[in-house]
Design a protein around this ligand. Sequence first.
Ligand code: NAP
Length: 497
Amino acid sequence: MKKIDQDELLNTQFMESLQNEPMKNLISGEWVETPEIEENINPSDTSDIVSTFYKGSFSHIFETIDCASKVQADWAKSSIALREQILTEIAEKLMANKDFYGEIIAREAGKPIKEATDEVVKSAEFFTYFAAESIRSKGAYMDSPRESVDIEVINEPVGVVGVITPWNYPLAIAAWKIAPALAYGNSVILKPSSQTPAIAYILAKIIDSTKLPKGVFSLIYGKGGVIGKALAESKKVQAITFTGSVGAGKDLAKKSIDSMTKLQLEMGSKNSLIILDDADLDLAVEAAIKGAYNANGQKCTSCSKLVVTEGIYEKFLEAYKAKMKTLTVGNAMDKTSNIGPCIDKKQLDSNLAYIKLGQEEGATLVCGGEAIKTSTEGFFFSPALFVDGKSQMRINQEEMFGAIACVIKVKNYDEAIHVLNDTEFGLSGGIITNDLKKAMQFKHDAVIGNVMINLATAGMDNHVPFGGRKNSSYGSREKSYAASDFYTTTKTVYIKY
Ligand code: NAP
């Protein structure tokens, strides 16, 4: 990939400007200030204000929608070569400064620096992938059973797409939504999480530095409830792609019903990892630890239910506890930290409340589960492990979104699969086994969108569909070739000659 020279985005001056002046909204192709300013705090060190930003209101979002709607028709007619060029340039600019952008993610999202930098690389890959997708031929030309009639099936852009993103993958999720939206000729309005505005600003600055026509991409900060309502109720917004909590997703769905907006909702989860008697023990422990605690357990694909059959239970527990002792909690910017902070005090309090609840429900806390102090003032929590878990306990039903795992001992595969499916969610799940028959059976029995065999529940590839079932997802799949289902609409043309 071509290396881009340093520009104003990439150097320490830009970093300083993040701290010295509030980040503006990109509305109608202009960088706009608003009356209200909010701070963006580093959860590893609350004395570090990463940036400040201007919050948009109803009037700003309406202006943004109007402009996005006006320019979309021309963008839809743009050449696929231009789209390919723009998306490639965005990927190159992300890669050219991946370490710096990784630091921004680590600072504002509390994600350990290596995982944060990996996220930048993955994000660039989405732009590269969809750069190629934009020049792939789509549609079909067919015969009709009627004489002298031909049929064309065309995929057209859906129109104006609202993109609402969470804080836990602030760049990757924005990338896997924005890249296909632009590739297929849509206008995009990005509403990032108020907890990770800086990386959204960087992405917007990069996009704005390309030849993308003004107004085709907009960035608007503000409260999800306010901006989400305006996007959902507007007849000029044809589609909204949202990733976040179930409550916010359902709220958006209710508000969109009158405008009949096309929706794609990626929401919460409760994922299990099954470990059978014949499992490779080292592999099982590695997959369980990675699934439960990577990204501080704040991943939609994290596994908090470890469903272990009785023959391997004691051995697994000993090895798991030994591995837990090697984990270091600390500042996300410190390369030696395996686990960073919770995103905010609310999440830390929620983790502590779930620890109390688990004990009240009869589970036994064997490790961690406490607020801890480090050299900086942050929202640190020691990774926790419960045993004696039962499927119906709230700690095994609700998404905790923290570094908390609970082991549920089961007799056999049948009981394990019942526990895995015993949830209102259906995003991801895994099994660790050397039994080919059980692995194949699992593939069919698990009522989830992403099946992992001898792998952790987290860690998805870019070029294949992603999504879940039940309360985890609504609408068509994200990423890959499947993204065109959401970002395009099909038109069938009959031609008599
Ligand atoms: P969140 O609180 O629901 O927020 C997500 C985004 O939605 C933010 O930009 C937020 O804006 C906005 N929002 C909040 N209320 C809204 C409403 N009523 N209408 C429209 N937008 C609204 O979620 P989060 O805490 O950022 O992220 C954690 C959740 O995301 C977890 O449940 C996790 O499982 C889920 N997640 C799912 C996937 C997946 O692919 N399935 C991937 C990652 C994360 P403000 O916060 O700025 O107000």
